[in-house]
Ligand binder design. Structure first.
Ligand SMILES: Cc1cc2nc3c(=O)[nH]c(=O)nc-3n(C[C@H](O)[C@H](O)[C@H](O)COP(=O)(O)OP(=O)(O)OC[C@H]3O[C@@H](n4cnc5c(N)ncnc54)[C@H](O)[C@@H]3O)c2cc1C
Length: 358
């Protein structure tokens, strides 16, 4: 069976890996570069049980376990490691965890008020390395990467039988839309529910080996009065990632056109300088923005597309796309090759639940 996957983000490459590992003939089609969008610019934070009690619970728990298995199997290197995770408030006194547990690299201006996760329940990957690593692992199992733009789908008698790649007809038994927020464009080709892009900003610092694997989720009130929720993830490669400041800016036509909103990076730098003297004195390696794919009800769209046999969608993973990529890849591979899923039930993510745009 030949499967075309449109989109080389964490979701598309994870599907490619799981399909190729099961012997399918796979082609990933990517506009620009693998991991060029949110999958290369996100936090890469993983939590085992933060989706418990929601429809995402089984997908998330399976994915958290698969991340650990993938790292143990050493099929690639993407900085997987376990973390301790704290919450806190900047500039406001609050009940603190014990002095011994307090991260030593954080400014006294930050009150650490709780531990959100342990090395048993929270972890991280470097998301760009994870996404390119999944693609390489898929290629090592026979998958192919084609750079170019999919501009439409091939149809025969109502069935989807391939994709139009910059004017070339690429034939396939199944086509997977994994175009992140740009999946909204696929609504021109298929009866798909709406997908939106929500913008977030981030900084990457060169902090060296001085910060241990301690993640922070903070609350911070700016002078102008707005409340931000910065997330801070020191990484195994000696960098530290900080994200905050979401905005409703419109999604540009392609990933290369995504730039930070005016003023957002300066606001983020001011915040970092207050949170930690290490961040205040470290070189900034990247100032960036990206769009996470979201849906009307906050749950991903994963499954076949009604009224378009041969077409599948996997997008809308919101803030948990890196976490949920491995189990999404596994489930979509099972679905395409066997017609059903063995480990995670996808019925809560059926695209048909939201109605289609015809
Ligand atoms: C600031 C921020 C921080 C985040 N932090 C975390 C985190 O800590 N943990 C976590 O689990 N998740 C996190 N996320 C969410 C996560 O990044 C996303 O859910 C995930 O990256 C989405 O992956 P994707 O593959 O669906 O989409 P994308 O990464 O957007 O990939 C889609 C790809 O499709 C390609 N494409 C689109 N249209 C076409 C076309 N017509 N032809 C060919 N190619 C096409 C694009 O070029 C792109 O490479 C964060 C998101 C943001 C914005």
């Amino acid at each position: 069976m030949r499967v075309l996957i449109v989109g080389g983000g964490a979701i598309g490459t994870s599907i490619a890996y799981h399909l190729a590992a099961r012997g399918a003939d796979v082609i990933v089609i990517e506009w620009s570069a693998v991991a060029c969008a949110a999958s290369g610019k996100s936090g890469g934070f993983l939590a085992m049980d933060w989706c418990d009690g929601s429809p995402l619970m089984h997908l998330t728990r399976r994915s958290f376990a698969l991340h650990a298995e993938l790292a143990e199997a050493r099929i690639g290197e993407w900085g997987y490691r376990r973390m301790t995770t704290f919450s806190g408030v900047v500039g406001r006194a609050s009940t603190s965890v014990s002095r011994a547990a307090r991260p030593s690299w954080v400014s006294p201006d930050v009150s650490i008020n709780g531990q959100l996760g342990s090395k048993g329940t929270t972890a991280q990957v470097q998301p760009a390395a994870f996404t390119t690593g999944m693609m390489r692992a898929a290629e090592a199992r026979g998958a192919e990467l084609r750079l170019g733009s999919v501009t439409g789908l091939l149809r025969r008698g109502g069935n989807v039988v391939g994709a139009d790649l910059d004017g070339e007809a690429l034939v396939g038994d199944a086509v997977v839309i994994a175009m992140g927020p740009w999946s909204m464009l696929a609504a021109q080709w298929l009866p798909l529910p709406p997908v939106f892009g929500l913008k977030g900003h981030s900084l990457l610092f060169d902090t060296g080996a001085g910060i241990p694997p301690e993640a922070l989720f903070l609350e911070y009130e700016e002078e102008a009065g707005s409340i931000l929720s910065p997330e801070i993830f020191p990484r195994a490669d000696g960098t530290t990632y900080v994200c905050a400041i979401s905005s409703g800016s419109p999604l540009p036509a392609e990933p290369g056109l995504v730039v930070p909103d005016e003023g957002a990076i300066n606001r983020l730098r001011a915040l970092c300088a207050r949170v930690s003297p290490v961040l205040a004195s470290s070189r900034v390696l990247a100032s960036q923005a990206c769009f996470r794919p979201v849906t009307q009800d906050g749950l991903p769209l994963i499954g076949p597309i009604a009224r378009a046999p041969g077409a599948y969608v996997a997008t809308g993973h919101g803030v948990w796309g890196i976490l949920n990529a491995p189990a999404t890849g596994e489930a979509v591979a099972e679905l395409i090759l066997g017609g059903t899923t063995g480990v995670v039930d996808l019925s809560d993510f059926d695209p048909a639940r939201l109605g289609a745009v015809d």
